[in-house]
Design a protein around this ligand. Structure first.
Ligand SMILES: [Ca+2]
Ligand SMILES: [Ca+2]
Length: 289
Protein backbone atom coordinates (compact mmCIF):
# COMPACT_ATOMS: atom_id res chain seq x y z
CA UNK A 1 0.00 0.00 0.00
CA UNK A 2 2.79 2.35 0.93
CA UNK A 3 4.42 1.65 -2.42
CA UNK A 4 1.19 2.38 -4.16
CA UNK A 5 0.86 5.70 -2.32
CA UNK A 6 4.45 6.41 -3.11
CA UNK A 7 3.91 5.81 -6.75
CA UNK A 8 0.77 7.93 -6.68
CA UNK A 9 2.69 10.72 -4.95
CA UNK A 10 5.38 10.31 -7.52
CA UNK A 11 2.86 10.57 -10.28
CA UNK A 12 1.30 13.60 -8.68
CA UNK A 13 4.71 15.15 -8.20
CA UNK A 14 5.71 14.43 -11.77
CA UNK A 15 2.41 15.81 -12.96
CA UNK A 16 2.95 18.92 -10.86
CA UNK A 17 6.46 19.36 -12.22
CA UNK A 18 5.16 18.81 -15.72
CA UNK A 19 2.44 21.36 -15.12
CA UNK A 20 4.99 23.84 -13.84
CA UNK A 21 7.18 23.13 -16.81
CA UNK A 22 4.23 23.68 -19.06
CA UNK A 23 3.51 26.99 -17.38
CA UNK A 24 7.15 27.81 -17.66
CA UNK A 25 7.18 26.89 -21.30
CA UNK A 26 4.02 28.73 -22.03
CA UNK A 27 5.58 31.66 -20.28
CA UNK A 28 8.63 31.44 -22.43
CA UNK A 29 6.31 30.95 -25.36
CA UNK A 30 4.42 34.01 -24.33
CA UNK A 31 7.62 35.94 -24.54
CA UNK A 32 8.12 34.94 -28.15
CA UNK A 33 4.48 35.80 -28.48
CA UNK A 34 5.24 39.11 -26.92
CA UNK A 35 8.04 39.46 -29.42
CA UNK A 36 5.84 38.70 -32.41
CA UNK A 37 3.81 41.76 -31.48
CA UNK A 38 7.14 43.40 -31.80
CA UNK A 39 7.69 41.42 -34.99
CA UNK A 40 4.32 42.47 -36.42
CA UNK A 41 5.74 45.91 -36.10
CA UNK A 42 8.61 45.07 -38.39
CA UNK A 43 6.00 43.70 -40.83
CA UNK A 44 4.29 47.03 -40.33
CA UNK A 45 7.62 48.57 -41.08
CA UNK A 46 7.98 46.15 -43.96
CA UNK A 47 4.75 47.40 -45.41
CA UNK A 48 6.05 50.93 -45.53
CA UNK A 49 9.04 49.33 -47.18
CA UNK A 50 6.70 47.85 -49.74
CA UNK A 51 5.09 51.21 -50.15
CA UNK A 52 8.52 52.63 -50.61
CA UNK A 53 9.06 51.19 -54.09
CA UNK A 54 6.37 53.58 -55.29
CA UNK A 55 8.20 56.17 -53.28
CA UNK A 56 11.45 54.93 -54.75
CA UNK A 57 10.04 55.34 -58.22
CA UNK A 58 9.16 58.95 -57.50
CA UNK A 59 12.73 59.14 -56.38
CA UNK A 60 13.94 57.89 -59.74
CA UNK A 61 11.59 60.32 -61.44
CA UNK A 62 13.06 62.99 -59.25
CA UNK A 63 16.42 61.91 -60.56
CA UNK A 64 14.99 62.05 -64.03
CA UNK A 65 13.47 65.40 -63.29
CA UNK A 66 16.86 66.80 -62.60
CA UNK A 67 18.18 66.06 -66.08
CA UNK A 68 15.02 67.61 -67.49
CA UNK A 69 15.64 71.18 -66.41
CA UNK A 70 19.16 70.58 -67.59
CA UNK A 71 17.83 69.41 -70.93
CA UNK A 72 15.49 72.34 -71.12
CA UNK A 73 18.30 74.75 -70.53
CA UNK A 74 20.65 73.31 -73.19
CA UNK A 75 17.68 73.13 -75.55
CA UNK A 76 17.32 76.85 -75.31
CA UNK A 77 21.01 77.68 -75.29
CA UNK A 78 23.02 75.30 -77.51
CA UNK A 79 20.53 75.36 -80.36
CA UNK A 80 21.13 79.00 -81.22
CA UNK A 81 24.69 78.77 -79.88
CA UNK A 82 25.72 75.80 -81.99
CA UNK A 83 24.35 77.08 -85.25
CA UNK A 84 25.57 80.69 -85.20
CA UNK A 85 29.04 79.19 -85.00
CA UNK A 86 28.43 77.72 -88.43
CA UNK A 87 27.10 81.07 -89.58
CA UNK A 88 23.63 79.66 -90.12
CA UNK A 89 20.68 81.98 -89.65
CA UNK A 90 18.21 80.64 -87.12
CA UNK A 91 14.53 81.27 -87.65
CA UNK A 92 11.42 80.22 -85.72
CA UNK A 93 9.79 77.08 -87.11
CA UNK A 94 6.18 77.75 -88.03
CA UNK A 95 4.49 74.78 -86.34
CA UNK A 96 0.94 74.62 -87.61
CA UNK A 97 -1.13 73.97 -84.50
CA UNK A 98 -4.67 72.62 -84.40
CA UNK A 99 -7.26 74.35 -82.29
CA UNK A 100 -7.20 73.54 -78.57
CA UNK A 101 -9.93 71.32 -77.13
CA UNK A 102 -9.57 72.29 -73.49
CA UNK A 103 -8.27 75.28 -71.58
CA UNK A 104 -5.18 74.88 -69.42
CA UNK A 105 -3.66 71.52 -68.67
CA UNK A 106 -5.20 69.66 -65.74
CA UNK A 107 -2.55 67.67 -63.92
CA UNK A 108 -2.84 63.90 -64.00
CA UNK A 109 -1.55 63.32 -60.48
CA UNK A 110 -1.63 59.53 -60.81
CA UNK A 111 1.16 59.48 -63.37
CA UNK A 112 4.70 59.30 -62.10
CA UNK A 113 7.45 61.46 -63.47
CA UNK A 114 4.98 63.81 -65.13
CA UNK A 115 6.14 67.05 -66.68
CA UNK A 116 4.42 70.11 -65.26
CA UNK A 117 2.46 72.06 -67.85
CA UNK A 118 4.17 75.25 -69.03
CA UNK A 119 1.13 77.32 -68.18
CA UNK A 120 1.63 79.38 -71.33
CA UNK A 121 2.24 78.88 -75.03
CA UNK A 122 5.42 77.06 -75.98
CA UNK A 123 8.22 79.51 -76.82
CA UNK A 124 9.31 79.68 -80.47
CA UNK A 125 11.65 76.93 -81.63
CA UNK A 126 14.56 78.23 -83.67
CA UNK A 127 16.01 76.10 -86.46
CA UNK A 128 18.34 76.79 -89.39
CA UNK A 129 16.79 78.87 -92.14
CA UNK A 130 15.43 76.63 -94.88
CA UNK A 131 14.08 74.03 -92.46
CA UNK A 132 11.17 72.16 -94.03
CA UNK A 133 8.43 69.80 -92.95
CA UNK A 134 9.95 66.54 -94.18
CA UNK A 135 7.16 64.18 -93.16
CA UNK A 136 4.08 65.64 -94.87
CA UNK A 137 2.43 62.98 -97.03
CA UNK A 138 5.29 60.52 -96.52
CA UNK A 139 4.60 56.76 -96.29
CA UNK A 140 3.84 55.33 -92.85
CA UNK A 141 3.89 51.73 -91.71
CA UNK A 142 2.75 50.32 -88.37
CA UNK A 143 3.07 47.29 -86.14
CA UNK A 144 -0.74 47.14 -86.25
CA UNK A 145 -1.46 47.27 -89.97
CA UNK A 146 -5.22 47.13 -89.49
CA UNK A 147 -6.07 50.00 -87.19
CA UNK A 148 -9.25 49.82 -85.15
CA UNK A 149 -10.16 53.32 -86.29
CA UNK A 150 -8.80 55.35 -89.19
CA UNK A 151 -5.90 54.75 -91.56
CA UNK A 152 -2.16 54.81 -90.92
CA UNK A 153 -1.73 57.41 -93.67
CA UNK A 154 -3.58 59.91 -91.45
CA UNK A 155 -0.40 60.24 -89.39
CA UNK A 156 1.25 62.39 -92.07
CA UNK A 157 -1.79 63.90 -93.84
CA UNK A 158 -1.47 67.33 -92.22
CA UNK A 159 -4.76 67.11 -90.31
CA UNK A 160 -3.99 67.66 -86.63
CA UNK A 161 -7.46 68.34 -85.32
CA UNK A 162 -8.72 66.41 -82.31
CA UNK A 163 -12.09 65.52 -83.79
CA UNK A 164 -13.26 61.96 -84.33
CA UNK A 165 -12.21 61.05 -87.83
CA UNK A 166 -8.85 62.77 -87.42
CA UNK A 167 -7.06 60.11 -85.41
CA UNK A 168 -5.93 56.57 -86.05
CA UNK A 169 -6.41 54.01 -83.29
CA UNK A 170 -3.98 51.11 -83.01
CA UNK A 171 -4.42 48.04 -80.83
CA UNK A 172 -3.29 47.59 -77.23
CA UNK A 173 0.17 46.82 -75.84
CA UNK A 174 3.33 48.22 -77.37
CA UNK A 175 2.71 49.44 -80.91
CA UNK A 176 4.87 51.48 -83.22
CA UNK A 177 4.58 53.49 -86.40
CA UNK A 178 7.39 54.26 -88.81
CA UNK A 179 7.60 57.23 -91.16
CA UNK A 180 9.77 56.91 -94.25
CA UNK A 181 11.16 60.34 -95.12
CA UNK A 182 12.24 58.71 -98.42
CA UNK A 183 15.61 60.38 -98.13
CA UNK A 184 18.25 60.64 -95.47
CA UNK A 185 17.67 63.93 -93.72
CA UNK A 186 19.17 66.11 -91.05
CA UNK A 187 16.46 66.26 -88.40
CA UNK A 188 15.96 69.26 -86.12
CA UNK A 189 12.59 68.62 -84.51
CA UNK A 190 9.78 66.10 -84.23
CA UNK A 191 6.32 67.07 -83.03
CA UNK A 192 3.88 64.33 -82.01
CA UNK A 193 0.14 64.54 -81.49
CA UNK A 194 -1.28 61.30 -80.11
CA UNK A 195 -4.70 62.58 -79.07
CA UNK A 196 -5.65 65.95 -77.66
CA UNK A 197 -9.41 65.88 -77.24
CA UNK A 198 -8.76 65.36 -73.53
CA UNK A 199 -5.59 65.73 -71.46
CA UNK A 200 -4.22 62.20 -71.62
CA UNK A 201 -0.78 60.86 -70.90
CA UNK A 202 0.61 58.13 -73.17
CA UNK A 203 2.99 55.54 -71.80
CA UNK A 204 6.29 54.19 -73.08
CA UNK A 205 6.67 56.91 -75.66
CA UNK A 206 9.91 56.10 -77.43
CA UNK A 207 11.12 57.83 -80.59
CA UNK A 208 13.96 56.38 -82.64
CA UNK A 209 15.76 57.30 -85.84
CA UNK A 210 17.51 54.98 -88.25
CA UNK A 211 18.68 54.58 -91.80
CA UNK A 212 17.70 50.91 -91.54
CA UNK A 213 14.02 50.45 -92.29
CA UNK A 214 13.92 47.47 -89.92
CA UNK A 215 15.60 49.37 -87.10
CA UNK A 216 18.08 46.58 -86.48
CA UNK A 217 21.26 48.58 -86.95
CA UNK A 218 22.11 52.27 -86.76
CA UNK A 219 19.33 53.08 -84.29
CA UNK A 220 19.37 56.32 -82.33
CA UNK A 221 16.84 56.89 -79.54
CA UNK A 222 15.94 60.58 -79.31
CA UNK A 223 13.12 60.35 -76.77
CA UNK A 224 12.19 57.70 -74.20
CA UNK A 225 9.89 58.07 -71.20
CA UNK A 226 9.59 54.35 -70.44
CA UNK A 227 10.90 54.59 -66.87
CA UNK A 228 10.61 50.84 -66.15
CA UNK A 229 11.65 49.40 -69.52
CA UNK A 230 8.23 47.76 -69.97
CA UNK A 231 8.52 48.33 -73.72
CA UNK A 232 11.86 46.52 -73.73
CA UNK A 233 13.75 49.34 -75.47
CA UNK A 234 15.73 50.42 -72.43
CA UNK A 235 14.99 52.70 -69.52
CA UNK A 236 14.17 56.23 -70.56
CA UNK A 237 14.96 59.41 -68.68
CA UNK A 238 12.44 61.63 -70.42
CA UNK A 239 9.32 62.66 -68.57
CA UNK A 240 5.70 61.74 -69.10
CA UNK A 241 3.72 64.63 -70.55
CA UNK A 242 0.10 65.59 -70.99
CA UNK A 243 -1.22 65.75 -74.54
CA UNK A 244 -2.30 69.20 -75.74
CA UNK A 245 -2.96 70.83 -79.12
CA UNK A 246 0.68 71.95 -79.17
CA UNK A 247 1.84 68.36 -79.53
CA UNK A 248 5.05 67.08 -77.97
CA UNK A 249 8.11 68.85 -79.34
CA UNK A 250 11.26 66.76 -79.39
CA UNK A 251 14.31 68.96 -79.88
CA UNK A 252 16.90 67.25 -82.05
CA UNK A 253 19.07 70.32 -82.58
CA UNK A 254 20.26 69.85 -79.01
CA UNK A 255 20.99 66.21 -79.87
CA UNK A 256 23.32 67.07 -82.72
CA UNK A 257 20.79 67.17 -85.57
CA UNK A 258 21.05 63.44 -86.33
CA UNK A 259 20.72 62.22 -89.91
CA UNK A 260 18.21 59.52 -90.70
CA UNK A 261 15.65 58.38 -93.23
CA UNK A 262 13.23 56.60 -90.90
CA UNK A 263 11.47 57.84 -87.77
CA UNK A 264 9.82 55.25 -85.51
CA UNK A 265 7.50 56.06 -82.61
CA UNK A 266 6.41 53.63 -79.91
CA UNK A 267 3.65 53.87 -77.31
CA UNK A 268 1.90 51.52 -74.92
CA UNK A 269 -1.58 52.74 -74.04
CA UNK A 270 -2.57 55.84 -72.14
CA UNK A 271 -4.29 57.08 -69.01
CA UNK A 272 -7.76 56.63 -70.56
CA UNK A 273 -7.41 53.20 -72.18
CA UNK A 274 -4.94 50.55 -73.38
CA UNK A 275 -5.03 51.66 -77.01
CA UNK A 276 -2.57 53.70 -79.03
CA UNK A 277 -3.48 56.77 -81.04
CA UNK A 278 -1.92 59.14 -83.52
CA UNK A 279 -3.31 62.30 -85.02
CA UNK A 280 -0.14 63.56 -86.66
CA UNK A 281 3.64 63.39 -86.54
CA UNK A 282 5.67 66.27 -87.96
CA UNK A 283 9.35 65.84 -88.73
CA UNK A 284 11.32 69.02 -89.45
CA UNK A 285 14.77 69.31 -90.94
CA UNK A 286 16.61 69.34 -94.25
CA UNK A 287 17.18 66.51 -96.73
CA UNK A 288 20.83 65.57 -96.98
CA UNK A 289 22.08 66.64 -100.41
CA1 LIG B 1 -3.40 63.56 -89.31
CA1 LIG C 1 6.80 51.74 -68.90
Amino acid sequence: MMKKWDSIRRVVFVAAVAAMLCVGLSCTKEKPNAQPPAAPQPPAAAQPAEVKPPAAQPAAPAAAEAPKPAEAAPAAAPAPAAQPAAGVKMVPVDFQLPKPMFVGTPQETKVENLEKPLGHARPPFLAPEGTVLLSKGKPVSASDEEPIIGEIEMITDGDKEAADGSYVELGPFVQHVTIDLEKQSEIYAIVVWHYHKQPRVYFDVVVQLSNDKDFITDVKTVFNNDIDNSAGLGIGKDMHYTETNEGKLIDLLSQGSPKARYVRLYSNGNTSNDLNHYIEVDVYGKPVE
